[in-house]
Design a protein around this ligand. Sequence first.
Ligand code: SF4
Length: 661
Amino acid sequence: MSVQSTTPRPVAANSVWPQLESLLPQVTKPIQYVGGELGAVVKDWDAATVRWALMYPDAYEVGLPNQGVQILYEVLNELPDVLAERTYAVWPDLEKLMRAHGVPQFTVDAHRPVRDFDVFGISFATELGYTNLLSAIDLAGIPLLAADRTDADPVVLAGGHAAFNPEPIADFIDAAVLGDGEEAVLEITAIVREWKAEGCPGGRDELLLRLARTESVYVPRFYDVDYLPDGRIQRVVPNRADVPFRVHKRTTMDLDAWPYPKKPLVPLAETVHERYAVEIFRGCTRGCRFCQAGMITRPVRERSITTVGQMVQEGLEFSGFHEVGLLSLSSADHSEIGDMCSGLAQQYEGTNVSLSLPSTRVDAFNIDLAQELSRNGRRTGLTFAPEGGSERIRKVINKMVSKDDLIRTVVTAYTNGWRQVKLYFMCGLPTETDEDVLEIADMAHEVIRAGRAATGSKDIRCTVSIGGFVPKPHTPFQWAAMERPEVIDGRLKLLKQAINADRSLGRAIGFRYHDGEPSLIEGLLSRGDRRVGAVIRKVWENGGRFDGWSEHFSYQRWVDAAAEVLPGFGVDLDWYTTRERDELEVLPWDHLDSGLDKDWLWQDWQDSLSEYEQDDCRWTPCFDCGVCPAMDTEIQIGPTGKKLLPLTPVNGLKLPAGGQQ
Ligand code: SF4
């Protein structure tokens, strides 16, 4: 990793650094608030016409590697008259000191107050970041409620996957953008630039109106929600004539035209990923019915093998990273993944660069790719994700994997030298019974038994990892009832007992799981409407922070807040979570268009209940999910027939002779 310069950086005129610096020795990991990373940009404040503060609402160690923020940061800073800086959630120890000393939420780049920026953009990967949003807004000195803000406040703009249902945070944000950000931020910047150049006519309201008129920026204040006496939504309608009835998602169709990040940020403090990550495609049409990311990012758009090769080379040269991640929702599905992996493996053979490919495919091809990528001697872990324990439940979720396929694949991994594999499942899926979950134990036993027989060794292991199912908007499971946490926890207890019932096999099986309570709260937030905003606020006022972290999450705090707030609206926590919706119910996000046809989603939900599987439209005819006609496009996949090469010889990455780490 590159060594950072120790030359003191100049302090910007509006920097809070002088006040902040004396607080940092009193907090944990102060380096996370210092900025100045390789790849960071500090621009002249006065020379900029539009200024963005970008936030990932979690700690630096989670937020810095976030691809979405890194891409937008670079895209915006490439514009000569635009300035973008980053801010992350501060830990409670620093928050306390900032409040005591009057230090506002600041950016890590030039330590400028977030309130001074024109746009405060927050990217949400998960709804459990909502309490951190409230902390940041409040620490910034921005009124918590959008309705109370003045022209002196930035536009608070939400993006990321959670923005596909921003209703629970509708009171706290000014706007939300659905879909890909690269082109959207440029369009928003142009609107802000023009409005400011005209002297800010009509104030904040006019700016928001201009954004809303693009039809891809949702401004909640321009929409009213009416409710039925039983608590369901009657309708969501614009409260003025000049905004659209439906807001559409943005889709960047040509990924080769947007080869970002070109200059990845190299963290100063430890982070969850320290690697150069290249997105090799967006979208997924495998059709797993629980997967919001797969649904809302359609259609599939591949980045070409040549662009990927070029990005890897330039990204490594810039950053000095030793690891490359070839990312997507299912990387082994890229039409030229074989050539891509062998080309990169060949290019970096004998260097200290390792390549990894997150893929949850359950087939031998995955192992071939992993072998190719481990030529440098570094073996990345192998994860297979059957997701459901029984054949029946896998049909319900549309994960087309047979038990025999899984066992054959894992045994192939063992015979090819892997000693440890991870198997990923979900618990709490629609229609799930105890028996479906207990079949996970049979599968794990079978894997170890077959692995031992094939290798003749007892030195093999597998880890069973279980996540809680959360029904998400814009998926076929958006109508499904969630299971109660105590039922989930009971099933997991039975599963643990079943795994350990055979001690010889159980010894070789690790078991990791999350209990059901955080999933239920995530379910409340993901399918909530505007009334849930009062619960979020109450939890935040009662100390809720970093809810995505098990050590900070308090289930009781959420249950108590929901019990205090929701009955006033005639609803409760169960109403939002364990209640199945019917076909005609207006869902809080129906006016937000992900491109998916609601009738198709309903039909797929019915197919799920009939245990009917749906193929992938990459390899079979279109099944009319609605996205391609809505975007006036088609799926974009190869093969292009091009080769990864020519790449120039690798500079600066070779180790001395024989050097492998
Ligand atoms: S519209 Fe057809 S081709 Fe396009 S993503 Fe949906 S199913 Fe696939």
